[in-house]
Design a protein around this ligand. Structure first.
Ligand code: ZN
Ligand code: ZN
Ligand code: ZN
Length: 499
């Protein structure tokens, strides 16, 4: 026995006899096909939202008639995807999110989704901006030869005021749990770290305001003239470092400024706008920008740390696809990267959380700051589990490429077309033929998660085989293109997911 669906991890181990019986029971039910269809349309979500209700259409006048109701569905509910982006919460939904993120990022790098392929010729930078130091932490170092180096070699046995040695002569492995841990927790500036996370989004916003100013300064132009010539587009992902501080990976691109009525168009900027120029301006902006911490706290303004990595992208489509994958991967992570938790926590439960002490201290610090109850810190308790960070994981300027909403709508449209053509269920087919704007849906929330372990098991199995099919499809496409002498990232990972 002992094999079951584990609600805390979502893992499925070999099924027990009792679970198998329940699975056989579910599969044997006359409405199993409908159940299967619901799993598919919810993207095999691990914790679907359960709804009860109906869909009606207007008859013309004031009357409506019901065309579909959950009364005719398995267990009288509709299962909708939870839609969570984080891998630690729901793997299938996070995979779909990552696919969409990849589409968004890649379209702005090499075209597609309404963006011309010529975008690959625009000056584009891949940049990583980090937080400054808030205390010495254990880290993995490389020697100049690229070999694993000592964490923090020191001569002598100097100690901090708390009696902790200031050096660490170990060569840490990549999975060493001490990575990111302060050498001395008493010395680490938790307050500074949490406040920095809290104002990071503002620091980024200001950096993007400084950037065109620096461009104008280098060219000796007025800001007005620069504004008339170019616009800055970007997409950025926030990632947690092991020490619990957020850092930013971003793609920054220069486009020609278009008049308002053609603002949707993306064209290359004038020839004088090179990647060199963009890099020079970005470095100057990152050096000069700062963001105020909440006034009442009187702390120093937040600035970027010294580690600034800037890479210029050339027009290679494959390389650009790889950059997109790299960013998309981080868009499904949260504080779990730093040993944190993917959900909100309460202060009174802090002691019992299964996290390391460094993480507990970061969360506790956010609650302490919230207690100070000043204008700027009041809401810190709500993002304590994010170590104070309150921004979105992925954000972009309006003109980078398409939107999540547009991608979702295109997918829903596709599903509707497929159902209309091939749907096995007459009611579903009829429903698919009604335009979304003609429908009136009335639904009530009845629960969250699968009703039984057997349902969860079936969803996980179906998710796994859908994943295998996708991967096999991707390999086949890759082979096909290699044989033709071309190596191209042709299709996106998740276009076929729900269909
Ligand atoms: Zn989900
Ligand atoms: Zn160390
Ligand atoms: Zn100390």
């Amino acid at each position: 026995m002992g094999a079951r669906h584990d609600d805390t991890t979502g893992l499925v181990t070999a099924p027990s006899a009792a679970l198998l019986d329940a699975v056989v029971d579910r599969v044997g039910r006359p409405d199993f096909r409908k159940f299967e269809a619901q799993l598919r349309s919810s993207g095999f979500c691990e914790k679907p939202v359960l709804l009860a209700g109906r869909i009606e259409v207007c008859d013309g006048g004031d009357t409506r008639h019901a065309v579909w109701s959950t009364d005719g569905e398995p267990d009288q509910v509709l299962r909708k995807a939870c839609g969570n982006r984080r891998e630690a919460v729901c793997k299938p939904c996070s995979e779909r999110y990552r696919g969409d993120a990849w589409q968004l990022i890649a379209a702005g790098l090499r075209g597609g989704k309404g963006i011309p392929e010529s975008v690959a010729g625009h000056p584009t930078l891949f940049v990583s901006l980090t937080a400054p130091s808030f205390g010495v932490v254990h880290s993995q170092r490389r020697t100049t030869k690229g070999e694993p180096g000592r964490c923090r070699p020191r001569r002598g046995n100097e100690c901090c005021p708390h009696g902790v040695p200031l050096g660490c002569s170990k060569r840490h492995e990549p999975d060493d749990p001490c990575l990111g841990e302060p050498l001395c927790r008493e010395c680490f500036d938790y307050r500074g770290a949490v406040l920095w996370n809290n104002v990071m989004s503002e620091l980024w916003r200001r950096t993007m305001i400084y950037l065109p100013r620096e461009l104008a300064a280098i060219l000796g132009w007025t800001q007005k003239r620069l504004h008339e010539e170019v616009r800055v587009s970007y997409i950025k992902v926030a990632e947690y470092q092991a020490r619990g501080l957020v850092h930013v990976h971003a793609l920054i691109r220069l486009d020609r400024r278009m008049p308002a009525y053609r603002a949707d168009e993306v064209h290359a900027p004038g020839r004088r706008f090179t990647a060199d120029l963009l890099e020079e301006a970005l470095r100057a902006a990152a050096d000069n920008v700062s963001a105020p911490t909440p006034e009442q706290l009187g702390g120093p303004p937040a600035r970027w740390g010294e580690q600034l990595d800037v890479q210029r992208l050339d027009g290679n489509a494959e390389e650009r696809g790889r950059r997109a994958s790299y960013l998309a991967k981080y868009s499904t992570k949260g504080t779990e990267q730093a040993g944190g938790l993917p959900y909100r926590v309460r202060r009174d439960g802090l002691d019992r959380l299964p996290v390391r002490d460094h993480v507990r201290d970061l969360v506790a610090q956010a609650f302490d700051l919230a207690d100070e109850d000043t204008e700027g810190t009041r809401r810190l308790g709500a993002c304590a589990h994010m170590f104070g960070y309150r921004g979105h994981c992925l954000s972009k300027s309006r003109r980078w490429s398409t939107t999540f909403k547009a991608l979702r709508e295109a997918r829903e449209q596709h599903v509707r077309e497929q159902l209309g053509k091939h749907g096995a269920d007459a009611a579903q087919r009829a429903l698919a033929e009604i335009e979304p704007e003609d429908r009136v849906g009335t639904f009530a929330f009845v629960g969250r998660g699968h009703l039984t372990s057997a349902d969860a098991y079936l969803a996980a199995q179906a998710a796994a085989s859908a994943r295998e099919r996708r991967e096999a499809g991707r390999e086949a496409r890759y082979d096909h293109h290699n044989r033709g002498g071309r190596t191209r990232w042709q299709q996106t990972p998740h276009e076929v997911m729900v269909a």
